[in-house]
Design a protein around this ligand. Structure first.
Ligand SMILES: [Zn+2]
Length: 458
């Protein structure tokens, strides 16, 4: 049992002063008291907010952050980037993945994320065969999360075929592709491992309708529901115009329509990169309660396009953000670019606001907490009894925050915070993982990542 006393805390119904937070040994918040005077509690002088949820990450891609910015032969687009990414994907073993992910997860914590959702498809060996333990790459992510102390929702990805029109998998895809029973084995192994761990959650994913034929979705769902009928379900849905065209040509429907016709689209689903949607598809996502998984920095880097966020916001659709290819590791960067994309396109400011939510950064932050928690399938995103003690303590000594109060603090965090800019301390499941801007294992983790990056150059 621990007790914190926050000078200012963001609660579900707004900011409050002198907030005592009781945390049980299992890492859950048991009681929240406003206006407390407890002298025994650990005092936090800055602003305390729920940690952000990173709803979409491919940890391994961190090793190529900053690369693939040089001209390929031919057109430079998502597909040429994918070739570079495949090159990386064929070189990494479990130890490499562990080292990359451990360093990344520490950076994510320092960037204000307390949960990461891994959309994980590097299942087989680099040559494409099976490891003796088919879940060894999944376990590497779990162990990296343990090292960093970040909470993890792991979504093993089912990847059934090379693409809609492609017969032969590329060498990299061979390690992604598993038969459904092989995929089920990975799910089962991870589900057993996570069962009693409150900082872990099993989810499941289909890579895309490119990689999983729509007629196999029912089999996939049966395989998942057999193990956990509540597991969150993730998919890359409409990232590129070319995949929308291929989907239309093969099935006579756009991907979001096709998915919504085939499954019970609802709060269990997270539709990542719902970038290329028509009005009726956007409305279908918004009314279903599914989460739109938006990854603004990666979508910008890949030239994916802009999700119609202003309309979706107006429809009160649920959404959250993901660091995806992990070029950036601060939650504020994703929220800011999401809003800025709309401002640049529309020639006006403050898109993500409403009469009752006039502060843009605060409105973005609150909405992304709610959507992220849904996509992660965990009791997070709120400072309230029954929720995890996943908390971010902002630096009260920072000159920009010193005199500010209430939602202006979140506006400052989102629009003026860089990588770790205002993040001082980070707690996950009742344990401090970042203190004073530092993580105890960061030096070791950075050396591990550097060794992998160096090896990849040679
Ligand atoms: Zn992705």
């Amino acid at each position: 049992m621990a007790r914190l006393l926050a000078a200012h805390a963001l609660l579900a119904d707004g900011w409050a002063e002198r907030v005592a937070i009781d945390i049980a040994a299992d890492g859950n918040i048991t009681e929240v008291t406003v206006g407390a005077t407890d002298e025994e509690a650990e005092y936090l002088p800055g602003h305390l907010v729920p940690g952000m949820i990173d709803l979409h990450s491919h940890a391994f891609q961190r090793a190529m952050a900053g690369l693939a910015q040089d001209r390929p032969p031919g057109r430079a687009d998502f597909w040429s980037w994918r070739q570079r990414m495949y090159g990386l994907a064929t070189t990494l073993g479990p130890e490499d993945l562990w080292a990359i992910a451990a360093a990344l997860y520490i950076d994510l914590l320092k960037g204000g994320y307390t949960t990461v959702v891994e959309f994980h498809y590097l299942h087989g060996s680099p040559e494409g065969g099976s490891y003796e333990d088919p879940a060894v790459m999944s376990l590497a992510l779990h162990e990296a999360a343990q090292e960093a102390g970040i909470a993890l929702t792991l979504a093993p990805v089912w990847y059934a075929r090379a693409g809609i029109d492609e017969e032969e998998p590329s060498p990299a895809q061979r390690r992604f592709i598993r038969p459904l029973d092989g995929y089920g084995e990975i799910l089962a192994r991870v589900e057993r491992l996570f069962r009693d761990d409150r900082d872990r959650r099993i989810a499941a994913a289909v890579h895309s309708l490119r990689a999983v034929p729509p007629e196999r979705l029912a089999d996939f769902l049966a395989e998942v529901d057999r193990r956990d009928p509540q597991a969150p379900l993730h998919i890359h849905v409409a990232e590129q115009p070319r995949e929308v065209e291929a989907c239309l040509a093969a099935y006579g429907a756009r991907p979001v329509e096709l998915l919504a016709d085939r499954v019970d689209l609802g709060p269990r689903w997270c539709l990542v990169h719902a970038t290329h949607v028509e009005e009726r598809e956007r409305a279908r996502i918004a009314t279903s309660g599914a989460v739109a998984g938006l990854c603004p920095t990666t979508e910008a880097d890949l030239g994916d396009g802009l999700f119609p966020f202003a309309e979706y916001w107006h429809q009160r659709g649920i959404w959250g953000v993901g660091s995806d290819a992990n070029l950036f590791t601060a939650a504020a960067e994703e929220l800011r670019l999401l809003e800025y994309g709309q401002r640049l396109q529309r020639g006006r400011r403050l898109i993500a606001t409403r009469t009752e939510e006039p502060h843009c950064g605060a409105a973005l932050y609150r909405a992304a907490l709610a959507g992220g928690a849904r996509a992660a399938g965990r009791p997070v995103g709120r400072i309230a009894p029954g929720f995890r003690a996943d908390l971010v303590h902002l630096d009260g000594d920072h000159p920009l925050l010193a005199g500010r109060a209430g939602d202006a603090v979140l506006d400052t965090l989102v629009f003026a915070g860089g990588a770790g800019g205002f993040v001082r301390d980070v707690m996950v499941g009742g344990l401090w993982r970042v203190r004073g801007g530092f993580h105890a294992d960061e030096e070791r983790a950075r050396e591990g990542l550097a060794a992998v990056v160096r090896r990849l150059q040679t």
